[in-house]
Design a protein around this ligand. Sequence first.
Ligand SMILES: Nc1nc2c(ncn2[C@@H]2O[C@H](COP(=O)(O)OP(=O)(O)OP(=O)(O)O)[C@@H](O)[C@H]2O)c(=O)[nH]1
Ligand SMILES: [Mg+2]
Ligand SMILES: [Zn+2]
Length: 313
Amino acid sequence: MQARVLKSTGNWYSVKGQDGVYYRCRIRGKLRTKGLKTTNPVAAGDFVEIQIEHEEEGNIASIVEILPRKNYIIRKSVNLSKEAQVVAANIDIAFLVVTVARPQTTTGFIDRFLVAANAYDIPVVLLFHKWDQYDLKEQTEALNLSHQYESVGFQAMKTSLVNGEGMSELRSIIQGKTVLFSGHSGVGKSSLIQHFIPDTRIKVGEISDWSEKGQHTTTFAEVFEMENDGYIIDTPGIKGFGLVDIPNEEIGLYFQEMFALLPQCKFNSCQHIEEPGCAVIQAVESGSIPSFRYDNYRSMLMDEDTKSPYRNG
Ligand SMILES: Nc1nc2c(ncn2[C@@H]2O[C@H](COP(=O)(O)OP(=O)(O)OP(=O)(O)O)[C@@H](O)[C@H]2O)c(=O)[nH]1
Ligand SMILES: [Mg+2]
Ligand SMILES: [Zn+2]
């Protein structure tokens, strides 16, 4: 029977079967994971094939196969082995929660996130959140920014939990999908999850990914179910996407508006730096590509360390 992995805790996995029943599972035998060297074979969000062991003693089953993943996010393992940990799989939408103030989200952060999501093949919707708390100047700034992201092809929304702005639209977008909320600490991710799934154990205002000693704690992602079909994955400790190693010459491919212009550059290997006949530089000069996007692209080329939105993510 097919099932969805909701949570993994060490060797045990909570899954929901197609029959609507929850099972506790262990892995039986060796699971094939096609060349990907990871510390955990099965992750939250995985679709798996299970075999029921016994129903009397609390629905125990075995995971016998992982179905092919549509996409997944990984992070470097906490131990020093080079292995990666699969954090979550099969994500339909990543909502990037952005606030222009209190706290401020920079476009440098946003663009690094968007590049990583693009590389992971995860569609992003930008939420300009806490709209209720902006003064006029901040509203103008947020509007400008959201229009600029829309102009390069992203969906952007105004949202607020205080006045309810955008919430019914957001709910209908999540319907039937598997989504996650990303963004800086304090932007409102937990509050949003709580809004859509009121009985989760996620606490608002709780700093989830650092232990009392200030160390990064290993926490597992968990899939929460919405009432009317829809899944929200909570990934404690991963506010951006952890591990994305993109060689310099490929970064431009993940800035979609630049990638679209590449065929019009004189050289098909153009990196849009100082090559003659570069269509991207022309588009930046004419204003059809926002200059901050281009600046962030250039700074990603220069700074190895900042390719990932969170260095420790
Ligand atoms: N004004 C306003 N405040 C909000 C809104 N949404 C959330 N908040 C507040 O923002 C603060 C931070 O919210 P959290 O949901 O804990 O933020 P988080 O993104 O989960 O933060 P971390 O877990 O640290 O990553 C809380 O005090 C929330 O009440 C909103 O729409 N408007
Ligand atoms: Mg939180
Ligand atoms: Zn070019």
